[in-house]
Design a protein around this ligand. Structure first.
Ligand code: KG4
Ligand code: ZN
Length: 327
């Protein structure tokens, strides 16, 4: 069973070929051009996807040593994401479907992140909890089976990765700033004078809020000398990261207590963060599965893996282009 995965929902153009759920070839092009603007520019992203999608597809097929006629299913991200960016991947996939008669299915990007864990941990069994943390989403899901996901809590404003990127910008890091903040925090001592708040949500809620934290950092930096900020950048990163990670881990702990489920996955770009991996593992009485970093950030292998599950459950559907869809 050969599945071609295609992912173009944001600023990664990615194509992968999976055989029976196992990665045979995978290529991801990260559009670094957005660093110039401090964030993703949708029109620039769409044009870069257009340039890259076909060559990447050819490279993946060559590396896998198969031709289009060997492909049994094309799985393409059709929601959520940037409309113009999604359109490039969906248009390309539909071209393969119509021109070559290859069966197709649309895949929800978040579902792709949830299934990224199965690429390296096929032994993962239902039910499990998943903390999905990326630049666009932050939520805890109870995953009961393919297609049965219960959102236990999600961000009411910024996503965790978005908070990393925005605070990074304030501190002079290039976009995306998550990794740079983690590295700066790692090599710094904490400063007891720099403490940022963890948002308190309504009692019983497992939602998150990161916009207050962003404002707190902004107020803290207001009027501070640039030399002072430079000297304290590591401690600022440490305090900020601590506040984000505490919110994430605290809610996961509650979710585990409330559901009695102690198998967790940690997925999405922010799941690359080593301090988060360590803190969540320490808080989990069971086991936390986290994919390798290249499978945490956006990639087509996870889309193809969700496509495989979709095929096994006979739930293929035509791509629907829904930029604002939830899971
Ligand atoms: O999953 P992803 O590639 O794209 C979305 O679907 O949003 O996630 C990208 C996000 C960015 O916000 C980036 O700053 C963050 O993941 N990120 C990190 C780390 N590596 C990437 N955040 C914290 N620590 C990291 N090491
Ligand atoms: Zn993503």
């Amino acid at each position: 069973m050969n599945i071609l995965g295609i992912e173009t929902s944001c600023d990664e153009t990615s194509v992968a070929l999976l055989t029976d759920g196992i990665i045979v070839a995978s290529r991801t092009y990260t559009q670094e051009v957005h660093t110039l603007y401090g964030g993703v520019v949708p029109e620039v992203a769409s044009r870069a996807h257009l340039d890259k999608i076909e060559p990447l597809c050819k490279q993946v097929l060559a590396e896998a040593g198969i031709s289009l006629s060997d492909i049994n299913l094309v799985a393409v991200t059709d929601s959520p994401g940037l409309a113009g960016a999604l359109l490039v991947g969906v248009g390309f996939a539909l071209g393969l479907h119509v021109g070559w008669g290859i069966p197709i299915t649309g895949i929800n990007h978040l579902e792709g992140h949830l299934y990224s864990a199965f690429l390296e941990y096929p032994e993962l069994s239902y039910p499990f909890l998943s903390l999905a943390v990326s630049g666009g989403h932050t939520a805890i899901y109870k995953v009961n089976a393919y297609g049965s996901y219960q959102c236990l809590g999600k961000t009411v404003d910024d996503a965790a990765g978005e908070a990393f990127d925005k605070i990074g910008k304030m501190l002079g890091f290039a976009y995306p700033a998550g990794r740079a903040i983690e590295e700066a925090a790692q090599s710094a001592d904490s400063d007891p004078a720099i403490v940022f708040p963890i948002a308190k949500m309504k009692s019983g809620s497992l939602n998150f809020s990161f916009s207050g934290l962003k404002t707190a950092v902004r107020y803290y930096l207001n009027g501070k000398d640039p030399v002072f900020i430079k000297e304290h950048r590591g401690a600022l990163c440490k305090a900020f990261q601590h506040a984000v990670l505490s919110a994430l881990v605290n809610n996961c702990k509650t979710a585990m207590q409330e559901t009695g489920i102690t198998t967790m996955t940690l997925v999405g770009g922010v799941a690359c963060n080593g301090a988060l991996r360590k803190a969540l593992s320490a808080a989990c009485p069971g086991k936390v599965y986290y994919p390798s970093p290249r499978l945490c950030t956006d990639n087509a292998a996870m889309i193809a893996r969700a496509g495989y599950e979709c095929f096994l459950n006979n739930k293929q559907r035509l791509p629907k282009m829904d930029p604002n869809a939830d899971i």
